[in-house]
Design a protein around this ligand. Structure first.
Ligand code: V47
Ligand code: SF4
Length: 365
């Protein structure tokens, strides 16, 4: 490393230490030049400022009503067309049975996402949310990516604002971060050409914030993108968050290669995962939380991510999502007990906190 490089990294360190925002050029420089130890130190500094020694987790479970999808994303291992082998559709009765099953396990949140089914309208999803709410009035309902919302609103010919207001009234509490992928339009044409565009994804989240629904944001990384694309993605999120403050958490999603059309390109290393958590934490100075989704990266890397700015671990009780198990996730039957999570967090010298969907503390350990 040359003296000039050192100087630039020192300047970035000073900017972060003083609580100032780094530029996109700085972010790119970190991706390209910073060492792992440096990134860990700076990301932990930002994390501590946001949430002290706390690391959050919640008791949630997933329901995937269907894997039938009108889209054909190149990285997707899970979607099927109507009548194709391997396609599934849950009835509303099945969904309500799942809701009841997890009541006994003291889950506080259900996360509902699936394929974009060609026949489902807003009325159908509104009814689904209403019935879940009636069955379990205290369960937080986090449901439907902006991509699913885009289709259901267009199919039912309602505006985004009207559709979101109706779902909120039915009982929707929060919107997950899926479907963002990478915002660069040229890259999107290559990996998910027919899907909801970036500006629409962002504007659906902006409208959600406007009507009082908090949302999450993701970034699918580690495939054909360059660091510039990641910075562009983070920048668009940071700008929107400046306007609304409605994002709760950022969740980097590592591309997994099994059973999908992009598989030949392979996967990035664990070191790259950790570097990506750290740069995201440092760059997104206005996001309160950074989440590692352990069913995707595995428990060990999730533990390491706590030294790279992560303050939220997703996935307890029994993780039922098939998006990752079908794409080659470490753990094909992911499950972690509360004790397992608490031990993982404590072994990093941090303090486990069980939270609800809105990051209110339910219990400190
Ligand atoms: O949008 C699909 C991703 C997302 C693959 O908001 C893949 O709390 C890696 O968004 N390799 C859906 N990723 C899941 C999601 C999510 C997960 C956990 C928590 C939250 C939250 C949101 O899964 C999709 C896409 O980006 N995905 N295929 C794959 N092969
Ligand atoms: Fe459909 Fe989502 Fe898979 Fe894309 S990633 S094909 S939108 S299920």
């Amino acid at each position: 490393m040359t003296g000039i490089l050192d100087k630039r990294l020192k300047d970035i360190e000073q900017t972060v230490s003083e609580g100032r925002r780094i530029s996109s050029e700085d972010g790119l420089y970190l991706y390209e030049n910073a060492e792992l130890g440096y990134l860990s130190r700076l990301a932990c500094l930002v994390k501590e400022r946001k949430s002290g020694k706390h690391v959050y987790f919640n008791h949630n479970f997933h329901i995937e009503p269907t894997n039938i999808c009108i889209h054909s994303c190149k990285f997707c291992s899970y979607s099927r067309k109507v009548n194709q082998e391997g396609a599934w559709e849950m009835s509303l009765e099945d969904i309500l049975k799942e809701i009841n099953k997890f009541r006994d396990l003291k889950a506080t949140e259900v996360h509902i996402v699936g394929g974009v089914h060609p026949h489902r309208t807003l009325d159908y999803y509104e009814d689904m949310i209403r019935q879940i709410r009636a069955l379990n009035p205290t369960l937080f309902i986090k449901a439907f990516t902006a991509v699913e919302l885009d289709f259901m609103f267009r199919k039912s010919q309602v505006s985004v604002e009207e559709g979101l207001s109706r779902l909120k009234k039915a009982g929707l509490d929060a919107i997950p971060g899926g479907g963002a992928e990478l915002f660069d339009e040229e890259l999107r044409k290559m990996i998910c050409p027919d899907k909801t565009g970036s500006e629409l994804w962002l504007s659906i989240h902006e409208t959600a914030h406007k009507v009082g629904i908090p949302t999450n944001a993701t970034m699918l990384y580690g495939h054909i993108e360059k660091y510039e694309h990641r910075i562009d993605h983070l920048n668009r999120l940071r700008l929107l968050q400046d306007r609304t403050g409605g994002f709760q958490v950022f969740i980097p999603l590592k591309y997994r290669k099994e059973n999908n059309a992009l598989g030949i390109i392979g996967e990035v290393s664990t070191i790259e995962d950790l570097r990506n958590y750290a740069v995201s934490r440092i760059y997104l100075d206005n996001f309160p939380h950074l989440k590692a989704y352990w069913p995707m990266i595995g428990k060990e890397i999730a533990g390491l991510s706590l030294s790279f700015g992560v303050d939220d671990l997703d996935g307890t009780i029994e993780d039922t999502t098939r998006i990752y198990s079908m794409a080659g996730a470490e753990d094909q039957n992911p499950a972690m007990t509360t004790e397992g999570l608490v031990t993982l967090i404590r072994s990093s010298g941090l303090e486990p906190v069980e939270r609800d969907t809105l990051y209110n503390t339910l219990k400190s350990y």
